[in-house]
Design a protein around this ligand. Sequence first.
Ligand code: CU
Length: 188
Amino acid sequence: MKLLKLTLSILTIGLFIACGGTGSKEESNAEEETMTSREIMRQEADAKENEPKETTKNENEESDVVEITIEGNDQMQFNLDEIKVKAGSTVKLTLKHVGEMSVTQMGHNWVLLKQGTDIMEFGQKAATAKERGYIPESEEGKVIVSTSLLGGGEEDTIEFEAPKKGTYDFICSFPGHVALMKGKFIVE
Ligand SMILES: [Cu+2]
């Protein structure tokens, strides 16, 4: 390809010289510069052609993202008691506190727990960890992922890889809420 362009350049210069006349040398130089800048433009265009392919690949990867919105209200309830996702997907979960009560009265979080965790026991220990958003340090190993603790009107979005196939518990770990605010997170 380069050889062809070089040949074309030489031919062009040759043509100008053959045409003769005053200022032909300057013109041929100008033409040569044009060829060079064209070549650069061509290379840039080639580089751009490769970009959309990468974008397409990214779009395919992004199609595995599952967006979930779960709400918590002033009546100490989640609006979902079951969430199903496919194994291998990326979960983008938003917790919305749709109530009006403050975070100290009616705080909500969404905590996904590892299999085999006793949710009532977790809830009891969580109640003592106010300064840590009710995720006690001693129980951190049992948490797959959690949102921040929210008051009325607030929301938080977290993104995580779905754990391996199976059924998991999710809860709100605010004191006293686990009894009502809980559900199953199913990876299939
Ligand atoms: Cu709650």
